[in-house]
Design a protein around this ligand. Structure first.
Ligand SMILES: [Zn+2]
Length: 247
């Protein structure tokens, strides 16, 4: 058995056996992997408290045959505050489910790691998590190489005019002349696509004053939801939680 250190975000934890827990960690250098937290359900130590979901920790691990064991966890940054606000908690859980779902195990994804960490820090402070959440999804998709094509028709590449549509399967906007070729079209306005374009380009820290009308919010959220579920090939568990909060 070898001992090693890494800094990681705790994506989530789940019960394991009678007394233990598994922590799903996302490390900048090592990518996503699981580690056992021995005795986590029986002891209330600071070490176990530090493995709270979203926390950024300095971890010491022991390699094991199938699973490594977390032997120390020091806080680099506590995101306990994200557990105190229901909306922010729902978004952080959703983001973690996206990252967990899309990032393969044991493959470094440095850009996505840094992006998630920065997004948590902004989420902790923001007074407008709704717009931040939309921007997060669009930016994450582009880091994953799944950026939707919204600046022209995905089929004929013509400039878009209204009425226009969006196909989650095809992964982009569709003009009315091409609309007969697709079966999963959502009607969208050019303004909705412009919002997506803006949110995909702007620095998350600069979002502060960007307003999105409720109608556009609904359309863009719908587009992103379909688009993500098609790419992930399954529905998202945390989406039900967001729905219950009308987010
Ligand atoms: Zn077209």
């Amino acid at each position: 058995m070898a001992l090693y250190r890494t800094r990681a975000i705790v994506l989530r934890t789940r019960n394991f056996g009678e007394a233990d827990r598994i922590a799903v960690l996302f490390s900048e250098e090592l990518g996503k992997f699981e580690a056992v937290v021995k005795g986590a359900r029986r002891q209330r130590s600071r070490f176990v408290g530090n493995t709270l979901a979203f926390n950024y920790i300095q971890a010491m691990l022991l390699t094991g045959k199938s699973l490594d064991t977390l032997s120390q966890a020091e806080l680099v940054h506590s995101f306990a505050k994200l557990h105190e606000d229901l909306t922010k908690f729902a978004y952080a859980s959703f983001w973690v489910e996206l990252v967990d779902g899309f990032v393969p195990e044991r493959q470094a994804a440095k850009d996505i790691f840094r992006f998630l960490l920065a997004a948590f820090i902004i989420l902790e402070k923001t007074s407008d998590p709704v717009v931040l959440n939309m921007a997060f999804q669009i930016r994450l998709l582009s880091y994953l190489g799944y950026q939707p094509q919204i600046d022209q028709c995905i089929s004929c590449h013509q400039v878009l005019t209204e009425p226009c549509f969006f196909s989650a399967q095809a992964g982009g906007a569709v003009c009315s002349a091409c609309s007969g070729k697709f079966r999963d079209l959502i009607k969208v306005g050019l303004a909705d696509l412009q919002i997506m374009e803006h949110l995909g380009a702007v620095d998350l820290r600069e979002l502060g004053t960007f307003a999105v009308l409720p109608e556009s919010f609904k359309v863009v959220q719908g587009i992103l939801r379909n688009f993500i579920e098609v790419r992930l090939e399954r529905p998202l568990k945390s989406q039900m939680f967001l729905d219950s909060l009308s987010l």
